[in-house]
Design a protein around this ligand. Sequence first.
Ligand code: GLN
Length: 446
Amino acid sequence: AYLSRIEQVDGNVRAFNSYDHDDALRQADASDTRRREERAMGPLDGIPVALKDVIAVKDQPLTASSKMLKDFVSPYDSHVTELLKRQGAVLFGRLNLDEFAMGSSTENSGFQRTCNPWDLERIPGGSSGGSAAAIAACEAPLTLGSDTGGSIRQPAALCGVVGMKPTYGLVSRYGLIAFASSLDQIGPFAQTVEDAAILLQGIVGHDRRDSTSIKMAVPDYRAALKTDKKWRLGVPKEYFGEGLDAEVRAAVEAAIKTYEGLGHEIVEVSLPTTDLAVPVYYILAPAEASSNLSRYDGIRYGHRSSNAADAIDVYYKSRAEGFGPEVKRRIILGSYVLSSGYYDAYYLKAQKARTIIRNDFNSAFEQCDALLTPTAPTAAFKAGEKTNDPLSMYLSDIFTINVNLAGLPGVSVPCGFTSTGLPIGLQIIGKAFEEAEMLAIAHAYE
Ligand code: GLN
């Protein structure tokens, strides 16, 4: 059913970079056999899960939507892939993104522009735009994305679906193409919080191949959704200031009222470092990216220029031809802030600011169980509207970035529509490793 839906609509939506029709059916048949023989391997057995094209699946393309990796096929499985295979999920497609996950609109893809299913002239958000659009267009029941500064939550908001970023360290990054390693996390997209909880359950767990992967007893996320608990929910006043679209504000305020009506306590809190998000992130993330992307040298793998004169020229030309403009901008920015003489002034200072941002959240969480905010300052914008203005594009992540800098979990749930029928997202930010509670809070609203 999903394959025929893709054939029907993906010519317009363009969420998928590629998918293998026959292989998907083979996996589904194997699952049917298991079910007939009563050997099903849990709730994900036979369920199609499509992956952002930065998560490795052995023998499937792995492109990061970059010309650099256009013909690359993964020789191994990521940790989450291994887990999902073991649970019988049908891993069947590669979803479009901003090249190397750098962007907020999926317009930076080296291959194609994904369209927002609610209005094809608009962007689906990014960088996991394909993962969000595929859910919104019913091309897959579950997808995975990655979130470094908002790349799961912001496209989820703009496409009217649920998207969740786990606490840093909960999901292994082994086999995820690295963008900014201290911020990257893999997380689920779904139509409902319950579906997202089921997929989250399927991908968490300690992995010794990721040194930041945490060892902890994993709760039953789905069971935890059913609770009568009343929470104290914090509303950070800095998230409702200038730059927030009036209709987004109204929808989020209405959602907060709904919580109040359900008997939860609403308290105003303050996160004074909110405005540090963009400057701090755009020093740290490019710094890490410039280091991570140094591996694409035209020698080991990926695109190799065919008209290079010598070894040095192979590096220069392969990278010049393989990377798109936004990736180059980040590498240049990152190399600059890491270079001697500027390191202390920019990189080190940003690291210190990051600690202050984290402390800010800690203080806020002394007063409440979770935070309620808008996910993005506006609904989906028109394709092309911000492509010539990187700074205004960067600002679409002002409400999501600090969550990554603090390593916290966040989820975006649909909370209404603009007058022109575009979806709006409510962001719920939880305490570190308190995904069960955060999802229960999201589920209570839903
Ligand atoms: N939009 C942000 C960026 O361009 C975040 C991307 C992400 O979370 N991968 O870096």
